[in-house]
Design a protein around this ligand. Structure first.
Ligand SMILES: Cc1ncc(COP(=O)(O)O)c(C=O)c1O
Length: 360
């Protein structure tokens, strides 16, 4: 299996057009107070919640490539879908506005989600994004991709009839679909792995594990392919936030294989490289449990870092539990990538408060 030098991989990335949306590198540092309780294991955090675009998050990185593709194709409108409190939709709308595109969002609402103009939706409203709301069929489950793409096509037909040139992109910017015919979202996390490598190597702190919340799969696939191409031993651990492992694993694999192909990398990906845990799903996608609320409070109290209730709190919950179960060795370095999502905290405020007060 081939090992690539950093500069060679950077050159490969440069072959794909990108726009500048984020401040990089995002900070990477140890969580000192947490580490005092962790008996030798060192936990570090990479603050991709501080990318600098509309409250930050992993989607800012993905959009640097995806929006560049939309602009290259002459689009004037960008259409996507997501859950009601989708961080992706907010990031896409903000990035679109910055580059002169009209954001059109199809949001799927389950019957018990918080009031409409809260959190991310409030910010999308401020951005004057065009918002369409549909009832989703199942509570705590992700929306069926094929069905959502069908609805997106209908929306796009309407936009075309009005004279616009829409660019369609699936939720999360991870899987190919609509106009996104290459794994450009995952490419950005391949690039982020190079950034992690440079930051960590400078302080001799290469992580043994990178832990992330995995939702549409692009972040995990990109980090994994990046680590493999660099020849690192670093393992990438995905904590499922919406789907069970058996449904989700093939999605992550497909994105990773597509990325290897797109970058023409001579590397091998084995089954054991794809690590996913689905036992921290709690009650389902976007549903708040007492453990999630407690995890958010604990990290805010100890490290002054705010997690979000749908993604990063589940990742942290998983990390801490795996630590307790001795999944990691005592001297391992574990890097949690904070992938953003904090505006949703405000939308889920009542759920969080009730879980916190019930636990007291
Ligand atoms: C805050 C946050 N973290 C993690 C993820 C998961 O990233 P991916 O969709 O690339 O798996 C998302 C996706 O929406 C997110 O919003």
């Amino acid at each position: 299996m081939k090992e690539y030098r950093l500069e060679a991989l950077k050159r490969k990335i440069k072959e794909f057009p990108s726009i500048e949306l984020i401040c990089r590198p995002t900070p990477l540092y140890p969580l000192e107070k947490l580490n005092q309780q962790a008996r030798g294991t060192k936990i570090l955090i990479k603050r991709d919640d501080l990318t600098g675009l509309a409250f930050g998050g992993n989607k800012s990185r993905k959009l640097e490539f995806i929006l560049a593709d939309a602009l290259k194709r002459g689009a004037d409108t960008i259409i996507t879908w997501g859950a009601m409190q989708s961080n992706w939709c907010l990031q896409l709308a903000a990035a679109a506005r910055k580059f002169g595109l009209r954001p059109v969002l199809l949001l799927f609402k389950s019957y018990d989600v918080p009031a409409i103009y809260e959190g991310n939706v409030f910010l999308e409203y401020l951005l004057d994004a065009q918002i369409e709301i549909k009832e989703s069929e199942e509570r705590g489950k992700s929306v069926n991709q094929d069905k959502a793409l069908e609805l997106l096509e209908e929306l796009a037909a309407r936009e075309r009839a009005e004279g616009y040139r829409p660019y369609l992109v699936p939720v999360g910017g991870s899987t190919c679909g609509g106009h996104l015919d290459k794994p450009l979202g995952a490419l950005s996390y391949f690039q982020a792995m190079l950034e992690i490598y440079e930051q960590a190597a400078a302080v001799s702190a290469l992580p043994d594990y990178v832990v992330i919340a995995s939702g549409s799969g692009g972040t995990q696939a990109g980090l994994l392919v990046g680590a493999k191409a660099l020849g690192l031993k670093t393992k990438v651990v995905g904590i499922c936030v919406s789907d069970k492992k058996e449904e989700f694993l093939p999605v992550v694999k497909q994105i990773a294989f597509d990325l290897v192909k797109m970058l023409e990398l001579e590397i091998q990906l084995d089954n054991e490289d794809f690590i996913l845990f689905d036992n921290y799903l709690g009650a389902g996608y976007g549903l708040i449990t007492a453990e999630i609320a407690g995890t958010i409070r604990n990290l805010f109290k100890t490290e002054a870092v705010l997690l979000d209730p749908v993604y990063t709190a589940k990742a942290m919950l998983g990390l801490i539990d795996l630590l307790k179960r001795n999944y990691f060795s005592s001297n391992d370095r574990i890097l949690l990538v904070h992938t953003g999502g904090t505006p949703a905290l405000f939308a889920f405020k009542d759920y969080l408060l009730s879980q916190l007060s019930a636990g007291q």
